[in-house]
Design a protein around this ligand. Structure first.
Ligand SMILES: Nc1nc2c(ncn2[C@@H]2O[C@H](COP(=O)(O)OP(=O)(O)OP(=O)(O)O)[C@@H](O)[C@H]2O)c(=O)[nH]1
Ligand SMILES: [Zn+2]
Length: 203
């Protein structure tokens, strides 16, 4: 059983929402299971490091998108707002290895003019990416959060990713990209959708 110092204990559930000492114990188990010596010099701090890293990777489980989108502005704009090329890292829930790429997030503000800060769109991607995920659910959750909290005329999310579980193991196809999209409301209309897609693709 590992001893935990105060630093680690202070970062447990109450602060980050993630039980770091428990992750430390599990990582020590994994190191032993692969035939390593968790007490050798280079590995002795590794369970603690991995626990902290997991605290970051999964922090989104303990964050509330409603809070994030609660601050809105009265800006008179009833056409597309699009933040594209938002880089992010997530964790594949099947293999617990990263998938990473870019998200493009757009919406058309609703009649009551709820417009959010642009950084909040990128933060919204982070809230859902920092969880065990599959790309399809990540895409849908972002678009649904926009629809629920901003009541826009329409919303659209396109995500392009490389999955490490397809690159470094299994089928081993580095460079293969997966593209997913989720479109709601007015953005489903062919002309509006085409305009948004051309803005996304026009690099
Ligand atoms: N739909 C979807 N599949 C994913 C995602 N991330 C990983 N996968 C797939 O999840 C599947 C899991 O398949 P399994 O057959 O249960 O697991 P596996 O034996 O490790 O599969 P291989 O990767 O083919 O070796 C694989 O086909 C992965 O490519 C994702 O975001 N969305
Ligand atoms: Zn995977």
């Amino acid at each position: 059983m590992t001893e935990f110092d105060d630093d680690t204990a202070n970062l447990t559930i109450a602060n980050s929402g993630v039980d770091l000492p428990r992750i430390e114990r599990a990582v020590r188990e994994i190191l032993e299971a692969i035939g390593e010596d968790p007490d050798r010099d280079g590995l002795v701090e590794t369970p603690k490091r991995v626990a902290k890293a997991y605290g970051e990777f999964f922090a989104g489980l303990h964050e509330d998108p409603a809070e994030l989108l609660a601050t809105t502005f009265d800006i008179d704009h009833d056409e597309l707002v699009l933040v594209k090329d938002i880089p992010f890292y997530s964790t594949c829930e099947h293999h617990l290895v990263p998938f990473h790429g870019s998200a493009h997030v757009g919406y058309i503000p609703g009649p009551e003019g709820k417009v959010t800060g642009l950084s909040k769109l990128a933060r919204l991607v982070e809230v859902y990416a920092r969880r065990p995920q599959v790309q399809e659910r990540l895409t849908t959750q972002i678009v649904e959060a926009l629809m629920e909290h901003l009541s826009p005329r329409g919303a659209m999310v396109v995500i392009e990713c490389e999955h490490m579980c397809m690159s470094m193991r299994g089928v081993r196809k580095p460079g293969a990209k997966t593209v997913t999209s989720a479109v709601r409301g007015q953005l489903r209309e062919p002309a509006t959708r085409a305009e948004a897609m051309s803005l996304i693709l026009g690099k």
